[in-house]
Design a protein around this ligand. Structure first.
Ligand SMILES: Cc1cc2nc3c(=O)[nH]c(=O)nc-3n(C[C@H](O)[C@H](O)[C@H](O)COP(=O)(O)OP(=O)(O)OC[C@H]3O[C@@H](n4cnc5c(N)ncnc54)[C@H](O)[C@@H]3O)c2cc1C
Length: 481
């Protein structure tokens, strides 16, 4: 243990989104020395991008994530951690048997086209020159690349020897997850599993069949998700219920919270036997022996003095998105499923539409349809101007729904949110920026850990698992657990 270790050890976490709560959870659960854990959050609520509007009639609109994935190791790992909160009964799962989980669409040539699955994989599909199965059978014979990173688009085009698979499968997928085009996004950072499959097995198909991955820990919630074959999860009352209940649980375990407290400056003080941060906020100055930041890069760089770190953080870019949720009475979504995504080639004004009332009917009214339209990304300023005009966004959403889903009436409820700097863009070479930042923090011996969705994946499961893992590493390296 370091000689300067003060007791209690004061950890201040900046940001009360999922990353901040997962970091606080981990310190409170695993620290073996007396520790004081404080979360500083600028808003009047926890959850960050998890924001749900609950209407009196029972309808719930999501303005950020509407669900988390429930299959795969990272998802099961996150669900295991979330079991600790003791709110398993609040989770809602969408099983594989449900159309909302298994049917997905893209917009192609004026139509909503279902993605092939099952026997349809063997048939020629929409924009592809051959069947998807035919392309997959040839993929293992394509030579592997030695490049240390490449665009998502280039990877799909090369591995499947097919431009259309990159344009009509990879690109809309990127729109759905990152709100950006596949030609600029990094394969290594956005889809690390596919990068590893090529590196370790020479093929995506072989990697998918042969790799085992790390076994996640098991809990009552992850077991339930596995047994009931959940593909996606949400929480009763909307995604925002999760941070509300999680923060209550952590407060009972001793977490100190300061809502409506905006961190403005971080000043580090080194003495011969100690190092600490002074955190200046609109509610006074806090002191910390270690700071965990879960803030976005532009917010963090504004509050630090270190020019090198500021410069490195500038390399991390973010997208802006307009998120419009619309409820219609008496209209029926003509396709059963999760929603549709729009490839860049199709030149629509939107990135995609989710069929919310199909995915979570618990949050919808009978005889009504709720959909969410996402737009912006690379075209945010072109579409909505510098002032991010909400009315234009709503008009685009209503028009898109009328044109693509044939809804005749006007929405009975609608909420539009203009989200700035909401999803990080892992551009080609992003992994080097992430490494440089982490190495710099170590070299300078700064009492600062940077977490959040800046690297390691933006999904709700990713940020929970990464914050837990990074916090565990920090606790271990500093002999705190
Ligand atoms: C529109 C949208 C849709 C999405 N859809 C999905 C989805 O369907 N599935 C999925 O898995 N993921 C989805 N995501 C991604 C996921 O929601 C986020 O990556 C994740 O919630 C990020 O959590 P975080 O805690 O790292 O960051 P944040 O949620 O950004 O938390 C950071 C916190 O810091 C606070 N803060 C900011 N500045 C300060 C300051 N100066 N002082 C103190 N506090 C401050 C903020 O208020 C916030 O609460 C979506 C994201 C968006 C924006």
């Amino acid at each position: 243990m370091s000689s300067w270790l003060p007791i209690p050890f004061r950890v201040v976490i900046l940001g009360g989104g999922l990353s901040g709560l997962a970091a606080a959870h981990t310190v409170l659960k695993h620290a073996q020395v007396p520790t004081q854990v404080t979360v500083i959050e600028s808003q009047n609520r926890f959850g960050g991008w998890l924001e749900s509007t609950r209407f009196n009639d029972g309808t719930v609109f999501e303005h950020g994530p509407r669900s988390g994935r429930s299959y795969g190791n990272v998802a099961l790992d996150a669900l295991s951690l979330l079991s600790d909160i003791g709110i398993d009964d609040k989770f809602i799962g969408v099983p594989k048997s449900n159309d909302a989980a298994s049917r997905r669409y893209i917009y192609y040539n004026g139509q909503i086209l279902e993605l092939p699955r099952g026997l349809a994989l063997a048939k020629k599909w929409g924009p592809l020159p051959k069947s998807l199965l035919g392309l997959m059978i040839r993929e293992p014979f394509v030579k592997k690349s030695d490049l240390d990173d490449m665009s998502v688009h280039e990877f799909f085009r090369r591995r499947f020897n097919c431009e259309e698979i990159a344009d009509y499968l990879a690109d809309p997928l990127c729109h759905g997850i990152f709100g950006w085009d596949s030609k600029q996004l990094s394969l290594r950072s956005c889809f690390p599993m596919l990068f590893d499959y090529e590196k370790n097995y020479g093929s995506v198909v072989k990697g998918a069949l042969l790799s085992k991955g790390n076994k996640p820990p098991i809990s009552s919630l992850s077991n339930k998700a596995k047994e009931q074959q959940w593909m996606a999860w949400s929480v009763k009352g909307g995604m925002q219920t999760l941070p509300e209940l999680w923060s209550q649980h952590l407060i009972e375990k001793g977490l100190q919270c300061h809502l409506n407290t905006e961190c403005k400056k971080l000043k580090v003080e080194f003495t011969t036997d100690s190092r600490k941060f002074h955190i200046e906020t609109n509610n006074g100055t806090f002191e910390a022996d270690h700071v965990i930041s879960t803030l976005s890069a532009p917010v963090l760089l504004d509050m630090i003095e270190d020019q090198t770190l500021r410069h490195l953080l500038q390399d991390i870019r973010y997208t802006n998105m307009a998120v419009m949720t619309l409820q219609y009475s008496g209209e029926k979504i003509p396709h059963s499923g999760f929603g549709y995504l729009v490839p860049s080639k199709e030149k629509l004004d939107i990135l995609g539409v989710t069929f919310d009332s199909h995915i979570f009917p618990e949050h919808a009214l009978e005889n009504s349809s709720t959909v969410t339209v996402m737009a912006g990304g690379p075209r945010f300023h072109e579409l909505f101007g510098e002032k991010a005009d909400e009315n234009t966004a709503t008009e685009i959403a209503v028009r898109s729904v009328r044109d693509t889903l044939n809804f005749k009436s006007e929405p009975i409820k609608n909420v539009t949110k203009m989200h700035r700097h909401c999803i990080p863009q892992y551009h080609v070479g992003h992994y080097k920026t992430a490494e440089n930042i982490q190495n710099y923090l170590l070299e300078q011996n700064l009492p600062l850990s940077i977490m959040g969705n800046m690297w390691g994946g933006p999904g709700v499961n990713d940020v929970i698992v990464n914050a837990r893992n990074n916090t565990m590493t920090w606790l271990t390296n500093n002999h705190l657990c």
